[in-house]
Design a protein around this ligand. Structure first.
Ligand code: F6P
Length: 345
């Protein structure tokens, strides 16, 4: 029997509650007790936690967000933080093993703790799908569905007004959300961080469509997309960093709106989808993936594994060293983008 401390760190993601529920259900069935730390690593440093029981996690499977709250707290960057402070936060609630649910930053902390001898089983999450070590993360499919719905809605109003619509989606430095939603929604141009774009080529695609009689177009752009060097000056959120040193992205659609309109003469409007992509209920796929991750995490605790995270490989849930998820992010492969490009212009 172990006392398991669960926490959710980083940006929230549809499916977090499904993981929490599953860890609790399987953990209790295997004879463990569970505690939930509030607001990620902050809960350990501030000794802020609550018991997690089958009763207290009832009804949360379809709920977006996280009942535990989340934050981008880095325990190694806080005064009085570090491994010993985390250990003290565990001891305060008699916790033996941690199950942190998070992205690269949260898992980076988890790996460091494991290296210092703290028992840890990680659960990978991000809507961006940019974590190595797992084929997919839960939350991604929900974000893609929301973005695809947005493309569909923009299509009808674009057609009514003969406009170019630019939709900016999340994804940080990976173009998975843009490429998937763009392909699913039939976008006419898709811009991703992996392929710096030439604004003139973008405009040529749109001109070609119009030359073939189409009077509207949809451009799906990832928040991390960048122009080829020296081709375009962009504004945006540049320079603002979070606790893990990541730049805040967003705003490329503003530049694209004005540049496309100026260069082509086509009336253009932009939409930045933003955190809508992270809100609300997870899709069935993400609920299932999150549930299987949660069950597997509890099983890994029972098997006294540490320094591992659960992962999807093909259709199987496995455990892999947390280190597999760290380092460079996973990015869109060339073939996927080439398939999407078939439909440009
Ligand atoms: O990593 C998930 C993500 O939603 C990114 O797609 C986005 O760039 C970032 O988090 C936004 O972070 P925040 O919620 O701190 O604005």
């Amino acid at each position: 029997m172990a006392r398991i401390g669960v926490l959710t760190g980083g940006g929230d993601c549809p499916g977090l509650n499904a993981v929490i529920r599953a860890v609790v259900r399987k953990g209790v069935a295997d004879g463990h007790e569970l505690v939930g730390y509030r607001y990620g690593w902050a809960g350990l440093l501030e000794r802020d936690a609550e018991p997690l029981t089958v009763e207290s996690t009832k009804g949360i499977l379809p709920r977006g967000g996280t009942i535990l709250g989340s934050s981008r707290t880095n325990p190694y960057k806080k005064d009085g933080g570090g491994t010993e402070a985390v250990r003290a936060g565990m001891a305060a609630f008699d916790v033996d093993v941690l199950v942190p649910i998070g992205g690269e930053d949260t898992l980076g902390v988890a790996a460091r703790l494991a290296a210092d001898g703290v028992p840890v089983v990680g659960v990978p999450k991000t809507i961006d799908n940019d974590l190595k070590g797992t084929d997919y993360t839960f939350g991604f499919q929900t974000a893609v569905q929301i973005a695809t719905d947005a493309v569909d809605r923009l299509h009808t109003t674009a057609e009514s007004h003969n406009r170019v619509m630019v939709l900016e989606v999340m994804g940080r430095h990976a173009g998975f959300i843009a490429a998937h939603a763009g392909m699913a929604g039939g976008g006419d141009v898709i811009l991703v961080p992996e392929r710096p774009f030439d604004i003139e080529v973008v405009c040529d695609h749109l001109r070609r469509r119009h030359a073939h009689g189409r009077t509207f177009s949809i451009v799906v752009v990832s928040e991390g997309a960048v122009p080829q060097e020296g081709t375009l000056t962009t504004s945006g959120e540049a320079g603002r960093l979070d606790a893990f040193g990541h730049e805040r992205l967003g705003g490329i659609a503003v530049t694209l709106e004005s540049e496309i309109e100026r260069r082509t003469g086509y009336e253009t409007r932009m939409t930045i989808l933003g955190h809508v992509q992270r809100g609300g209920t997870p899709t069935a796929f993400d609920r299932v993936l999150a549930t299987r991750f949660g069950v597997a995490a509890a099983e890994a605790v029972t098997a006294q594994q540490s320094g591992v995270m659960v992962a999807l490989r093909g259709t199987d849930i496995v455990t892999v060293p947390i280190s597999e998820a760290l380092g460079d992010p996973k990015t869109l492969d060339d073939k996927f983008f080439a398939d999407a490009e078939v439909f440009f212009g």
